[in-house]
Design a protein around this ligand. Structure first.
Ligand SMILES: [Zn+2]
Length: 342
């Protein structure tokens, strides 16, 4: 929606200024009408939006124009019911609504830098159809709308009470999208234009339940879990390649840094030297014809183990723990991050 509309909102009619509980909307032939649209007195032919009592249009020169209950006391709820009904009327007429933006993310304690999140911006959504008070299984939203993309969306209008927990549960169970529009801040004597702008795009709105959110969360979790199993598998492979008996003979270690004139860049080495039983099993591209005894291995080691490595008497038998190194191409590389003497 064009944001320049925002400027027009200030065009509030001065004649409407009155107490906030004043009733400015009456029901005429099942449609809400503003006090300025009707004739004076009983000629207005309006009824109270809440209690259906006959209304009289008071359009004198002293007080702000308003409706009063013709006989008996004011039910006191006409203005709130009117705002609620106006909001529904506006959505049925305009068949569009600004959907709030939303973000989904999944946490992962193994890989902090993993970017597993999705976001979608707030968007003005057009409806093919808008239905009022249509029952959806066990609950009945204020409105139900079909978007031009073919998705059903339930809409709730909040004037005094938000939807209760039972309804939230039902919507969630039904896996339907529901948006609540919060009009509680809106003065009850707002002009038709103010109410229209509030309902369509200006008032706070949020998803009570969002199918997009739920589906995206499932997708992200699946993505994360397949990533984990891929890494676990490759980790197992890496460990098996080092030593099938889990323990290795540690010969020594070396940490250093230098400058490579060939590559014209700084480099560091963090090496662990081991002796492990020779490789018994081949890989996809490599087969073992015959092997026996032991073979030397060089592995990358975390500098955080420097103190542990200093204290060992070499050679010694150890068990190694590996962690994936983040951010290096498609194949996971492994680094020794734990040493346990056996
Ligand atoms: Zn009433």
């Amino acid at each position: 929606m064009d944001k320049s509309h925002e400027l027009n909102i200030v065009e509030k009619s001065q004649s409407l200024v009155g107490s906030s509980s004043e009733l400015l909307y009456g029901r005429l032939n099942n449609k809400l009408v503003h006090i300025e649209e009707v004739s004076h007195g009983l000629l207005c032919d309006c009824r109270c939006p809440h209690c259906d009592a006959l209304l009289i249009a008071k359009k004198g020169n002293i007080r702000a124009h308003h409706f009063a209950h013709y006989a008996g006391a004011d039910c006191g709820a006409g203005a709130e019911t009117a705002l609620h009904l106006m909001a529904k009327q506006i959505l049925v007429t305009h068949r569009c609504l600004l959907f709030p933006g939303e973000s989904v993310s999944v946490d992962d304690d193994r890989f902090e830098n993993l970017d597993l999140q999705r976001h979608r911006e707030a968007e003005l959504t057009q409806f093919e159809r808008v239905e009022v008070e249509k029952s959806i299984g066990s609950y009945r939203p204020d409105l139900t709308a079909l978007t031009s993309e073919g998705d059903w969306v339930d809409i709730e209008i909040l004037v005094t009470h938000g939807i209760d927990d039972a309804k939230v549960l039902e919507v969630t169970r039904a896996e339907r999208t529901m948006i609540e529009i919060d009009l509680s801040y809106l003065p009850r004597d707002s002009s038709p234009t103010d109410i229209e702008h509030a309902v369509l795009w200006k008032a706070p709105r949020y998803f009570i339940h969002s199918s997009w959110f739920a589906e995206t969360k499932i997708q992200l979790r699946q993505q994360l879990s397949s990533l984990h199993s891929e890494i676990d598998k490759s980790k197992n492979d890496a460990i098996l390649n080092v030593n099938s008996n889990e323990s290795v003979m540690l010969l020594g270690y070396k940490f250093g840094a230098g400058y490579s004139t060939g590559k014209q860049s700084n480099f560091e080495i963090s090496h662990l030297f081991c002796v492990a039983p020779t490789q018994k099993n081949g890989t996809v591209n490599f087969s073992i014809r015959s092997s026996g005894g032991f073979e030397p291995k060089t592995m990358k080691v975390d500098y955080a183990l420097n103190e542990t490595l200093k204290r060992l008497n070499y050679p010694c038998a150890v068990r190694l723990q590996f962690s994936a190194e983040p951010g290096y191409g498609r194949r996971t590389k492994w680094i020794v991050t734990g040493i346990e003497q056996v």
